[in-house]
Design a protein around this ligand. Structure first.
Ligand code: GRF
Length: 218
């Protein structure tokens, strides 16, 4: 079976990108990471990608100023050059226009550090603690024009402890993210999901532990 060609888009350290690269080293993984694209030349993840022999590209948004269309067409050109089939946003900190999002409809994934639809936006761990939720976690979803929305592919939950800080809770969530993103990309690359309206439905043969990660005790 040919593997889906994936680009990971980053803006920073790229720990989720690294988790995807590691997962894709498994011979039976249905996707390969062929490009890491950053909008920031100083993104730490670029070096990690290069160390793994993966092509990198920088499309610096600052060069394009307010011209989002030009920024996005430069990204599209990179994606086309590498014959990309699926895009994974992993800490990519630019809002994308409906035009770009539409071009990648049901082929672009994002990971968000909360159990959506709770806690869209920033500072999710702080807000989870302040709200007093007992479960928190991460979500991988298809990207739609509205931020942190879109059909949910997979979710991973962690327990929230009474003495958690933003930092301790965030550390628990990022560990789940690193397990969750490879699992979600696998579902999509294997063609096990289909979108119906706002929902992402998973083929009935798929085991539940391929769709969500339940919290462990600690
Ligand atoms: C992650 O928490 C991800 O959920 C969010 O941005 C962060 C990126 O971290 N979208 P990293 O660059 O993958 O380490």
């Amino acid at each position: 079976m040919s593997r889906r060609r994936v680009a990971v888009l980053i803006s920073g350290r790229g720990s989720n990108m690294a988790a995807l690269i590691e997962a894709a080293k498994q011979p039976d993984y249905p996707a390969e990471i062929v490009l890491v694209l950053s909008n920031r030349p100083d993104a730490g993840g670029l070096a990690t990608a290069q160390a793994n022999g993966i092509a990198t590209a920088v499309v610096d948004h600052k060069i394009y100023g307010k011209d989002r269309a030009a920024f996005e067409s430069a990204m599209q050109a990179e994606l086309a050059k590498h014959r990309i089939e699926l895009v994974c946003l992993a800490g990519f900190m630019r809002l994308l226009t409906p035009n770009f999002v539409g071009a990648w409809s049901e082929r672009m994934l994002n990971i968000h550090p909360a159990l959506l639809p709770s806690f869209k936006g920033l500072d999710t761990h702080k807000r989870a603690i302040e709200t007093g939720v007992k479960l928190h976690g991460a979500t991988v979803h298809f990207v739609v024009p509205e931020m942190d929305s879109g059909p949910i592919i997979a979710q991973g939950a962690v327990a929230v402890h009474d003495d958690d800080t933003e930092h301790t809770l965030g550390a628990r969530v990022i560990k789940v993210e690193h397990r969750l993103y490879p699992l979600a990309l696998r579902l999509v690359a294997e063609g096990r999901v289909r979108v119906e309206g706002n929902r992402c439905l998973t083929h009935e043969s798929t085991p539940l532990d391929a769709i969500f990660i339940a919290p462990s005790e600690r």
